[in-house]
Ligand binder design. Structure first.
Ligand SMILES: NC(=O)c1ccc[n+]([C@@H]2O[C@H](COP(=O)([O-])OP(=O)(O)OC[C@H]3O[C@@H](n4cnc5c(N)ncnc54)[C@H](O)[C@@H]3O)[C@@H](O)[C@H]2O)c1
Length: 343
């Protein structure tokens, strides 16, 4: 029997709704609910690198992130994503590039291979969007953004989707040209006022929501900087000074065991240095979404949200894209084989 799978380029992923943030947020929230009810399978990430964890900032890494999503999604798959932090700086190329493979959950055969780069950026934004829905103040108006790369773009798209009243953005990047390009791009895309600031300190002052999504190798968010009532979404993993964690009223994560498995994250280092303990992790996002733990309880709380990222988020969005591709007959069908040589 001939086995074929569908191949989708990034342009086709976009044609099929890949840039629709409202749908991405819907998919990601559904995944967190399914995950919280035990309907997903999430093996730990595998990290391929060429040295210790510090080498990731120079030589880069490639992560394998498999998962099965149950419910109506009912799909298994894997994201295979490379991160080369010097690409944007030295080569004018994106840091990340990914392929996502979807496999039939019963037969196992691949049903799709597609660009996973855009889906990955969208789901990372959507995770913060879902977090903001439960953890940000509803009257949030101002966002501070540290790092003006790819993730910061989808972070802002997601925040604006869940909090449409957001009206002002402060952005800081160590490379000013990146901040200026971000301003131009996102102002046009979202119709929101964006101002470039000269320091990460300025990007944190008087903001209702702070996002840091950088490739920084040392902390850029320091103690006593976080304003009262602020939600801080740390995307890059280690922008926050570990001691500053003690100033938060709540610490929420996507998946504490996976974060510890992955390492290379502020929260993990803070635990290793005994600045925080397991008890200081107030909740995983799925527990808040399913009502098992409270989200924001008052306007004054400072809340830290950290996400390590889960392959099931990519599988869910890729499945939505695939189903539309099947309906609209988009993509290129490729053969795995015409007839298998051995059975
Ligand atoms: N948690 C998750 O699920 C998840 C998912 C995707 C990416 N990430 C992480 O998010 C981070 C950003 O990814 P990206 O795709 O936007 O990368 P990017 O290379 O497109 O952007 C990173 C930006 O950070 C800036 N930067 C570096 N050092 C800085 C500093 N000290 N101060 C301010 N800005 C600085 C760079 O100039 C660059 O513009 C990476 O660390 C990546 O690993 C996390």
């Amino acid at each position: 029997m001939t086995i074929e799978f569908r191949y989708l380029t990034q342009e086709q992923v976009i044609q099929l709704g890949g840039l629709d943030m409202a749908l991405a947020i819907q998919d990601v929230e559904a995944v967190f609910r399914l995950f919280g009810s035990g309907a997903c399978v999430l093996p730990s990430k595998v990290v391929l690198r060429w040295g210790d964890s510090d080498s990731e900032s120079t030589r880069g890494r490639i992560n394998a992130m498999p998962g099965y999503v149950g419910g109506n999604c009912d799909m298994s798959g894997i994201k295979w994503i490379a991160s080369m932090p010097l690409n944007p700086i030295e080569r004018g190329l994106p840091r990340a590039s990914a392929l996502t493979i979807l496999n039939h959950p019963t037969l196992g055969f691949p049903v799709a291979v597609m660009d996973g780069t855009l889906i990955s950026a969208m789901r990372t934004g959507a995770v913060s969007g879902v977090a903001a829905k439960y953890l940000a103040r509803k009257d949030s108006r101002t966002v501070g953004i540290i790092g003006a790369g790819v993730q910061s773009r989808t972070q802002l798209m997601a925040l604006k989707t869940v909090l449409p009243a957001l009206s002002s953005v402060l952005v800081y990047d160590i490379r000013e040209e990146r901040s200026l390009a971000f301003c131009q791009d996102m102002r046009d895309r979202l119709g929101i006022s964006i101002e470039v600031v000269a320091t990460s300190r300025e990007a944190t002052s008087h903001v209702d929501i702070l996002v840091s999504a950088t490739t920084a190798v040392s902390p850029v968010v320091k103690q006593r900087w976080i304003p009262e009532g602020c939600l801080y979404c740390q995307v890059g993993g280690h922008e926050c000074e570990p001691l500053a964690l003690r100033e938060f009223d709540k610490i929420v994560v996507d998946n504490w065991s996976e974060m510890q498995h992955r390492g290379a994250q502020t929260l993990v280092w803070a635990k290793e240095q005994e600045i925080i303990s397991d008890e200081d992790i107030n909740a995983e996002l799925s527990q808040i979404i399913t009502g098992k733990k409270p989200g924001r309880e008052n306007a004054a709380e400072r809340i830290f949200f950290g996400a390590v990222g889960m392959g099931i988020e990519d599988v869910a969005i890729a499945t939505r894209i695939l189903r539309r591709a099947e309906e609209e007959q988009v993509g290129t069908m490729l053969k795995l084989w015409e007839s298998p040589v051995f059975v």
